[in-house]
Design a protein around this ligand. Structure first.
Ligand code: ZN
Ligand code: ZN
Length: 366
């Protein structure tokens, strides 16, 4: 069976993370989509869901030393005081406190840490980074299928080489763009969750997939294939994480990331994207311009509360736009990073001309 045939959602019911308070069902208003409904009348202020740990998350490359990898606290430009270093003394994650560092390390576990250290140390061989702004193009489902088939064959060759020549050093500079690094770290964090908590793979698989990220952008497809081949090249061969480094797991994560992940936004005016996270238990709340749930982030936890009295069986909605937190599609993230790169390039070349232009339009409400 091809990768694309396997990425669909499992059939059957979608378990609610808090069934006493809400259930998940198909919604006539959402087309074929799913929605959350109150299991009983809810009081104003009642907690509907605590989404505690993201299944996958990453602080974007530009802010890794300024935004805590555990609680997403921002230092306003100071370098975070606490970090974890790889065996080659590369910083792998930065934190605002020792407790954030210790919590993160405990959640990742030894298997996860070994994989992350190998991932980061592999990057040490290539120091280039930036954002690609070459022309992109669309591609067909057949293109996607063929590209991943070829990637699988290349991957098998890499593994065969590593098994027969333990001292083989993988080709350098396979991950040269910040966008790819963010996506790579994000997918690795998902694979570590799958290993540590196998039910999280089922949670991710139940989310609505989209292939638009690939049909719209061959560069994105190629970026993900590069990530796959990079991980096969550098993660320890005996790591249990390796069983998730497959085209199927890659495509499963990325087709859910797009459209399901939350952006963690810092400075509202500057529109800076600090991090993005996938909270599958919270992904079934649909958007409304007049939401009946409030959403608040406390560290890495999202708390959803009834914003007014809600009758039994009413659909539960959140605003995707409210406050400083928004969801952001894959391409929007890429475009955002590209815009930042253009701004920085302009700042370098035309010092006084940066200001009003190049501000991305806010996503409107229909
Ligand atoms: Zn922290
Ligand atoms: Zn709206």
């Amino acid at each position: 069976m091809s990768v694309l045939e396997q990425i669909g959602r499992p059939l059957g019911t979608h378990p609610s993370a808090n069934p006493d308070v809400f259930f998940i069902e198909g919604s006539s208003e959402q087309g074929a989509g799913l929605a959350c409904f109150a299991s009983k009348p809810l009081e104003n202020g009642q907690v509907v869901l605590r989404a505690q740990d993201p299944v996958a998350s990453t602080v974007v490359a530009k802010f890794r030393k300024e935004v805590c990898a555990w609680c997403f606290h921002y230092t306003f430009g100071d370098i975070l005081k606490f970090k974890l270093e790889t065996p080659r003394r590369r910083g792998a994650a930065w934190f605002c406190s020792t407790s954030c560092r210790d919590n993160w390390r405990k959640l990742i576990g030894d298997v996860g840490w070994t994989a992350i250290a190998a991932f980061e140390d592999g990057l040490a061989r290539s120091s280039k980074s930036g954002v690609s702004n070459t022309e992109d193009e669309t591609c067909s489902l057949q293109d996607i299928e063929t590209a991943w088939d070829n990637a699988l064959k290349s991957g098998e060759k890499i593994l065969a080489t590593r098994r027969t020549k333990p001292r083989w050093v993988p080709p350098t500079a396979t991950l040269t763009h910040d966008v790819d690094l963010d996506e790579a770290r994000f997918s690795l964090s998902a694979f570590i969750s799958f290993h540590n908590h196998p039910h999280t793979y089922d949670q991710v698989k139940r989310l609505v997939p989209t292939l638009k990220l690939y049909t719209d952008s061959r560069a994105t497809l190629q970026g993900h294939i590069d990530i796959y081949l990079y991980m096969l090249s550098v993660l320890p061969l005996d790591s249990p994480i390796m069983r998730y480094v497959t085209p199927l797991h890659m495509v499963t994560v990325f087709t859910r990331d797009s459209g399901n992940s939350w952006g963690i936004w810092g400075l509202e005016l500057a529109e800076e994207l600090f991090a993005y996270c996938m909270y599958p238990t919270a992904s079934y709340f649909n958007h409304s311009c007049a939401p009946n749930l409030s959403k608040e982030r406390i560290g890495r936890e999202y708390v959803f509360k009834a914003a007014r009295e809600i009758p039994e069986k009413a659909e539960l909605n959140v605003s995707y736009l409210g406050g400083a937190e928004k969801t952001l599609g894959f391409r929007e993230r890429q475009e955002r990073l590209l815009i930042k790169a253009i701004e920085e390039e302009m700042a370098r070349t035309q010092k006084n001309k940066v200001g009003d232009g190049f501000r991305p339009a806010r996503r409107g409400c229909e």
